[in-house]
Design a protein around this ligand. Structure first.
Ligand SMILES: *Cc1c(COP(=O)(O)O)cnc(C)c1O
Length: 361
């Protein structure tokens, strides 16, 4: 097998020790002679995986007891409508901060279900920054505020979150979950598809404050109801068992590496390598995001023209790099620097960028 340097935006790199462990034990889990995905989701063995993953996540992410952890399906995208279904009453308004394509999609799904309001937006500047936002100007009867903590496509990230006022704050963290510590006191709900930073596709993590959960709509079909899923410990129906298993292994791996604090340190170190290469290139590479809003997870940049970009991406592909093309909606290049991407791979990429520049300047 040849080595590739996987910079995919999602699904993306999974820590090598996790893949090795899954290979060793997934097909004969704890001497059961059964693969994880062959076991009943009602069996004690699967329950061990399920609650083990939840406990490990609570542990490494320092999730307070007053939050419920759910394992749901339908991706982060289903959360775009589950959030308003559960929390937006007819006489209320939901307030969205627009920082990229995913927040636009979240707003669109909510607007099909109730009243929405845009609190702030950086659309006019091609989503190069996180717009100044505070919670003092919210409309009366605001049900919740919705943020996207990391903008996977444009490459921006909230450096810190605004201080919470008296309105619930709900955050899509699909592309930076588990990459830095969370100020839980300022957030009421976090959700994330697992396939970027927390494992494989199929499971969606939802972490929700119990006092918010109490306010959820009780008139929903059970499979769309947070209350139902919480009451059933995310075993209302068959959960994505293999995906939950992998998330548990990822959480264990993070703990062994030194926890989420260490993930944050590594992310800074790795991202700085690529941003330095961009900043020192005299405009050969130009970053999309404003410096103060730069994402540590998705680094987006362009070259002088599309031909040069194509050449860069082609040569990168030949050199073993995977996933460096920007999202199809915006073009350019994107380096996805998730937890599982090794420092060594980022160094090799940085050197490749410098060599390419020296050749084509
Ligand atoms: C990838 C992504 C999504 C969509 O996730 P799915 O699991 O494919 O529905 C939503 N929000 C953000 C920020 C993302 O990066």
């Amino acid at each position: 097998m040849t080595t590739v340097y996987n910079f995919n935006a999602g699904p993306s790199s999974i820590p090598a020790p996790v893949l090795r462990k899954a290979k060793e034990e997934m097909f004969n889990f704890e001497q059961s002679s059964m693969a994880v995905m062959e076991m009943s989701h009602r069996s004690p063995l699967y329950e061990k995986i399920h609650f083990g993953a939840m406990n490990k996540l609570r542990d490494i992410y320092e999730i307070p007891e007053e939050y419920e952890i759910l394992f749901l399906q339908g991706g982060a995208s289903l959360q775009f409508s589950m959030v308003p279904l559960n929390f937006l009453d007819k006489n209320q308004t939901a307030s969205y901060v627009l920082t990229g394509s995913w927040s636009e999609k979240a707003l669109k799904e909510a607007s099909a279900l109730g009243n929405v309001h845009t609190l702030s937006s950086s659309k006019d500047s091609q989503y190069r920054c996180i717009p100044p936002t505070d919670y003092s100007d919210l409309p009366e009867n605001t049900a919740y505020v919705h943020l996207t903590s990391n903008n996977t496509i444009f490459g921006t990230q909230w450096p810190t979150f605004p201080k919470k006022k008296n309105v619930p704050v709900i955050v899509d963290m699909s592309s930076d979950v588990l990459s830095r510590n969370i100020p839980w006191e300022d957030l009421d709900m976090v959700y994330a598809g697992a396939q970027k930073n927390a494992g494989m596709s199929g499971v969606t993590l939802v972490i929700i404050r119990k006092t918010l959960l109490e306010k959820a709509n009780t008139q929903l079909p059970p499979s769309l109801s947070y209350k139902q899923h919480a009451k059933s410990d995310s075993l209302y129906n068959t959960p994505p068992t293999a995906a939950v298993y992998i998330t548990g292994l990822v959480a264990e791996w993070i703990a062994e590496c030194g926890g989420v604090t260490e993930m944050a340190r590594r992310a800074e170190e790795k991202a700085a390598m690529i941003y330095n290469a961009i900043d020192k290139s005299n405009g050969f590479f130009t970053g999309h995001a404003d410096a103060s809003s730069r994402s540590l997870m998705n680094i987006t940049f362009r070259l002088e023209n599309e031909e040069l970009e194509k050449l860069f991406l082609n040569e990168a592909k030949e050199a073993g790099f995977v996933g460096l093309n920007g999202h199809r909606s915006v073009g350019g290049c994107r380096v996805s620097n998730y937890n599982a991407v090794p420092l060594k791979h980022v160094e090799i990429l940085r050197d490749f960028m410098v060599t390419f520049m020296e050749k084509h300047i």
